[in-house]
Write a protein that binds this ligand. Structure first.
Ligand SMILES: Nc1nc2c(ncn2[C@@H]2O[C@H](COP(=O)(O)OP(=O)(O)OP(=O)(O)O)[C@@H](O)[C@H]2O)c(=O)[nH]1
Ligand SMILES: [Mg+2]
Length: 479
């Protein structure tokens, strides 16, 4: 259904002072009027009858209010409802001078438009039914996407992947609700159309579906924000050297003094279209130095957040078995936060400083430069100083899981959707308990309706002004 807003809005859709061309977008009932007033004639003259044909590009002149030429522009008209917002939209491409853009905007204001708020074009698109809310949110993700993996997920959202998944869940729940509501219609006759154990099974299936979708957020969020990789190990193992080599930048201080790194040092790198967030940490050891102890605390907390650990050890100093037992000893320190199976980190053991090994010792390692030792454990022998890290990069890409996402797989990347699905899961498990305790059909169906409303918050069938304001205020102006 089309909503009509009183105001016609305008804004630059391109960043100020960048590139050769800027685009100004005007949307609303008087967009065409505004376009008429500012092109070819002085803005103070009377309004001519518009002759713009939709979806054609016009070469026009824009004049200052004193009648002098401001710029030559290209103008395109999109007639309601066939536009981004669903309203009459005019797009003006002008030269990207901030002065020209500012002046055209002020001519638009004089002609009856007002400046758009952040995200207002997309908000109108949503309110006019051009996009649902999860798609509107994906627009912001597409704009923000900076690598192949996050872009792929954003496009999936924009094309309605999340919406389709939610509407599938909704229709499964609606089926269940209508089974129950049918019973209500025959209330007097005390019939049970759906056996309670059938209902429970259906509900479990729906909960499983919702849970799978919800769990995909761990990966989706990591792909969007950068897969968190903690570089950990004993002091002097070469962690900071490895960070620098991975970043191709001398970001962290390196020295032969054990305990060089105190604070966690983070930076992101894109490897094969996947963003990784590497976190170099303070070497793990017991220390009397209070600052170093604080650093170690910080290391443990970064380890809890990481989905991959690079456990670096000096291959000339300790054996693989020792490295294993060191990591095993670390696990209890971080397990508290890892109750969720999805968050158990994968570990790559990195025997560092192979340049210090003899030819003979090296030949033992040869061909074994990267071996999957068991489920979540990989081995790599490197020299962090040499920057020859292709094996490690390949292992990281593989462990990230980003490439395993198939074209059609829906992965959540939006924290709001994740939170709502949490509420949905709670609701479903409560209903399951209530089915078991024999709650009446009408109370059960009421509860199911509440869960359905929850799902509607994701796609925007159910929203409040606050939620909308919160979502769209994070957009840039002009989008
Ligand atoms: N021969 C050799 N030396 C290395 C290699 N990697 C690091 N080193 C040296 O080992 C020492 C410690 O390196 P760092 O990168 O500072 O070690 P770290 O693990 O960050 O140490 P802390 O910050 O103290 O925990 C430095 O003198 C490095 O030059 C390597 O691959 N081969
Ligand atoms: Mg260091």
């Amino acid at each position: 259904m089309q909503n009509f807003f009183e105001d016609t809005i305008c804004a630059a859709a391109t960043p100020a002072g960048a590139g050769g061309i800027a685009v100004i977008r005007i949307s609303g009932t008087v967009a065409l009027d505004v376009a008429d007033r500012i092109t070819d004639v002085s803005a103070v003259s009377t309004v001519p009858q518009s002759s713009f044909v939709p979806r054609r590009v016009y070469y026009k002149e824009v004049y200052n209010s004193d009648g002098s030429l401001l710029d030559n522009v290209l103008l395109t008209y999109f007639k309601t409802p066939y536009s981004y917002t669903g309203e009459d939209v005019v797009e003006i491409s002008c030269h990207a001078s901030p002065y020209i853009v500012r002046t055209i905007l002020s001519l638009c204001l004089a002609a009856g438009a007002r400046i758009a708020r952040a995200g207002e074009f997309t908000q109108r698109a949503f309110l006019n039914g051009k996009l649902d809310l999860s798609q509107a949110e994906a627009v912001a993700d597409v704009i923000a996407s900076e690598n192949a993996a996050s872009h792929r997920l954003a496009i999936m959202g924009l094309r309605g992947g999340v919406s389709a998944e939610i509407s599938m869940l909704r229709s499964e729940l609606l089926n269940l609700t209508s089974l129950l509501e049918l019973e209500l219609d025959f209330g007097e006759e005390d019939v049970e159309f759906a056996s309670r154990s059938e209902l429970r099974k259906l509900l479990e299936k729906i909960a499983l579906h919702a849970n799978t979708l919800r769990n995909s957020f761990a990966l989706g969020n990591a792909i969007k924000e950068g897969i968190p990789v903690a570089i950990i190990g004993k002091p002097n193992a070469g962690k900071s050297t490895l960070l620098n080599a991975l970043l191709g930048d001398e970001k962290a201080l390196v020295s032969e003094v054990a305990g060089t790194t105190r604070d966690a040092i983070e930076d992101t790198v894109i490897i094969n279209g996947i963003k990784f967030r590497f976190i170099d940490t303070a070497g793990l050891r017991n220390s009397d130095d209070i600052v170093e102890r604080m650093g170690v605390e910080r290391t443990l907390s970064k380890m809890r957040q990481a989905s991959i650990w690079l456990y670096v050890f000096d291959i000339t100093d300790i054996s693989l078995e020792q490295a294993y037992s060191e990591v095993a000893a670390l696990k209890p320190n971080v397990d508290a936060a890892s109750a969720d199976a999805a968050s158990v980190p994968q570990v790559i053991f990195i025997g560092n400083k192979i340049d210090k090994l003899s030819e003979q010792q090296l030949s033992v390692l040869h061909n074994n430069s990267l071996m999957p030792a068991s489920n979540n454990i990989f081995l790599s022998a490197i020299s962090a100083q040499s920057s020859q890290l292709d094996c490690l990069r390949e292992a990281l890409i593989e462990l990230s899981g980003a490439n395993a996402v198939s074209q059609n797989q829906v992965i959540l990347t939006n924290a709001r959707h994740y939170e709502i699905l949490g509420k949905v899961m709670d609701g479903l498990s409560q209903i399951k308990t209530e089915i078991e305790s024999g709650l009446s059909a009408d109370l059960l169906s009421q509860q199911l309706r509440t869960v359905l409303d929850c799902l509607g918050e994701i796609t925007g069938q159910i929203t409040t002004d606050d939620v909308l304001a919160n979502i769209f205020s994070r957009f840039c102006i002009g989008k």
